[in-house]
Design a protein around this ligand. Structure first.
Ligand code: ZN
Ligand code: ZN
Length: 671
């Protein structure tokens, strides 16, 4: 039997997108199946609230805003709008899309933290924290970089992101360096506050036995629940939710981010006259859709926090597997990324096509590989060749020969086939197996095609018009069932198909079980084509975009490596350099460049040298100064001006010129 509809209130959430960058296919791997699941629940007659919102706090946003010289609020608002518009364009329909910097979330977080304090689950402790003496500040989370104490790989302050993936507590990272100025960090002591996660061991081990969702999440959580460490839940930051009673501290972003699920429900309830407490304080079914990488937070930390503060913990956690692009690990810096706006929607692709790909490529918990070639194959063979073809040929042939939906009864065999498919689909949704569900739907489309083909209606109509009408009525019934079944996956196109078939009401509110209600006789319209084949030319164009991006990233990486790599050299090799002291005789700006100066330098002979120091030096102030010059640089032309030599400077922002300790004769060699 199916889990739904349930008489308990059902709330579905999706992991909050971090408001610090654009939406890519990796994000959609959670949001599209979340939306499909919610639509499938509605199709089973389940009332359901679907909440999500932007994650606005934490150090990456502050660091990024500082670099861009804008406020964190401006940065968050920009990406909040971006995600909201992408979700709408992709037909991901949240009941509400909130923001964790909202007043509701500030006050709900304070209230939950206070409840945890009152119940004795929070305690103060003096800890050693990374501190930058140069910037005179503590360095929370992403402000510090160094080496993972567990696996030795480069890591960020709060997470071993390139190695073992462990969460790092403040002060744990080794060889800590300040991310702002690059200087080694010191450690200083300060009082912080800890959540007593270790006292939730018994609760969690019982709870995880009943938690629903996907095995990839729950199995890991069961292992982690055996060794629980208390969590430091405060940070030295301005941006975030204030820790009650301490104006210099905010709560860790992983405290107020999931609380967003509650406050968005509150905001939704305020807007609609609904009741948020029936979900979060009552006997309810809360289902979290997340990416596999945030399982710990949702299966360990979050249920413990909810239990500790007297709220209802989740009923199920559904974790999606990771993403690959062209069989390469997804990586923004290496160019293996597909942006949803500029690489997909802006090229005129319908959102339904990508929704189908995400649902059908593989099991929800396995790794999904995106490639344009496979995308083309799936669209052309499955959506165009099987589903689109069946809906179109059935309706087109019936319209041409009968003008309307024929009178009569649908064969029991057909209704049985639809019923069996329906059961398979609903059970698959129950298990969060979107591939299994969509495979069963597509199998029904193929059954329909084979059925149509086997009766040869184009021949049958000449011999027995009534028999032909009966075959077509059966096909139209299969068509109706397909439209209802595919609505969660392909909402835009199935809405069109529903109207074309002249069916009553709204396909989005119709139920799966309506697939068994026999299609009424009535007028039929000329069907429009729903899905069209994607041409090879278009796919080549898309592949070229990806190819160019990965090549640019690779050459950047190589340049960076070459710059970083320094091999040892011999004294003889050093002597190859002709380094001399020179005096600047004249200096002037170069037309059209705001970076370059043209210098005339006396190095025992006169040399014209172009130097990239115009942003840090006035031409007039340089005349008469002694500098250090590499005299045997290969001549080069910059902005049409010849340069024969190179002036040495320290590589910092606003170049600092090297100069001899005291004045020496021009042309003196440097050794
Ligand atoms: Zn590590
Ligand atoms: Zn610093």
């Amino acid at each position: 039997m199916s889990n739904f509809p349930s008489d308990k209130p059902v709330l579905v959430t999706c992991g909050l997108p971090y408001a610090n960058g654009k939406c890519h296919i990796g994000h959609l791997r959670t949001y599209v199946p979340g939306d499909i699941f919610v639509r499938s629940l509605k199709k089973q007659g389940q009332e359901v609230t679907f909440v999500c919102g932007s994650d606005a706090h934490g150090t990456p946003i502050v660091v990024n805003a500082e670099e861009l010289k804008i406020t964190p609020t401006d940065l968050v608002n920009k990406y909040h709008k971006h995600f909201d518009s992408i979700f709408k364009a992709m037909e991901v329909e949240f009941s509400i899309f909130g923001n964790t910097d909202s007043p509701t979330n500030h006050s709900r977080t304070e209230s939950i933290v206070n409840a945890l304090i009152d119940r004795g689950y929070v305690y103060p402790q003096v800890i050693r924290l990374a501190y930058c003496p140069h910037d005179e500040r503590f360095l929370p989370d992403r402000y510090v970089e160094g080496i993972c104490p567990y696996c030795g790989k480069p890591a960020r302050g709060d997470e071993c992101d390139q190695g073992c993936g462990k969460h790092l507590e403040p002060g744990e990272i080794k060889n800590a360096k300040c991310r702002i100025c690059g200087n080694p960090a010191q450690y200083r002591e300060q009082e912080h506050f800890f959540f007593k996660l270790s006292s939730f061991g018994n609760f969690l081990s019982d709870y995880l036995k009943t938690l629903g969702g996907t095995a990839n999440a729950i199995n890991y959580a069961k292992i982690w629940a055996k060794e629980l460490k208390d969590w430091c839940i405060t940070r030295n930051l301005e941006w975030g939710v204030r820790f009650p009673g301490h104006d210099d501290l905010v709560v860790y972003v992983w405290v107020d981010a999931p609380i967003g699920y509650i406050s968005f429900t509150e905001e939704w309830a305020n807007n609609t006259g609904g009741d948020w407490e029936k979900y979060w304080r009552g006997d309810s079914r809360i289902i979290h859709f997340i990416g596999e990488d945030i399982t710990y937070h949702h299966c360990i930390f979050w249920p413990a926090m909810l239990k500790g503060a007297g709220y209802t913990p989740p009923w199920a956690v559904v974790a999606s597997g990771m993403l690959k692009i062209d069989d390469k690990k997804f990586s923004k810096s290496r160019g293996y990324v597909v942006w949803v706006d500029e690489d997909y929607l802006d090229h005129g692709f319908h959102p339904d096509l990508l929704r189908y790909y995400i649902a059908n490529y593989t099991s929800h918990t396995k790794e999904l590989n995106f490639s344009w070639k496979v995308f083309q194959d799936k669209v052309n063979n499955e959506l165009v060749g099987a589903l689109g073809n069946f809906l179109h040929r059935t309706q087109h042939f019936t319209h041409k020969n009968f003008g309307n939906i024929p009178d009569g009864r649908v064969d029991q065999e057909i209704l049985d086939k639809i019923k069996a498919t329906l059961e398979t689909v609903i059970l698959a949704f129950d298990e969060y197996e979107f591939k299994k569900a969509t495979d069963a739907m597509m199998e029904l489309a193929q059954y329909g095609n084979a059925y149509f083909q086997s009766f040869e209606p184009w021949a049958l109509i000449k011999k027995d018009k009534d028999a032909c009408a009966r075959v077509l009525l059966n096909c139209l019934q299969i068509g109706k069932a397909l439209i209802l079944l595919f609505e969660p996956i392909l909402p835009g196109n199935m809405e069109k198909a529903w109207k074309q078939l002249g069916l009553p009401g709204d396909v989005h509110t119709a139920r799966f079980e309506d697939a068994l209600i026999e299609i009424p006789a009535g007028e039929l319209r000329v069907p429009e084509i729903l899905f069209t084949k994607i041409e090879d030319k278009k796919i080549k164009e898309m592949e070229a975009i990806l190819d160019k991006r990965t090549k640019i990233a690779l050459s950047k990486e190589k340049k960076h490596e070459a710059k970083e790599r320094k091999t040892e050299i011999t004294y003889e090799e050093f002597q190859e350099l002709d380094i001399r002291i020179g005096k600047i005789i004249s200096a002037e700006n170069i037309k059209g460049s705001d970076k370059l100066l043209k210098l005339e330098v006396d190095i025992g002979e006169k040399r014209q040298i172009v130097a990239g120091i115009a942003q840090s030096h006035n031409a007039s102030e340089l005349v008469g100064k002694q500098v250090v010059v590499i005299a045997n640089m290969k001549p080069a032309k910059l902005f049409g001006v010849e340069s024969r030599g190179m002036v040495l400077a320290a590589d910092v922002e606003g170049a600092v010129l090297l100069m001899p300790e005291k004045e020496v004769k021009e042309g003196t060699r440097v050794r």
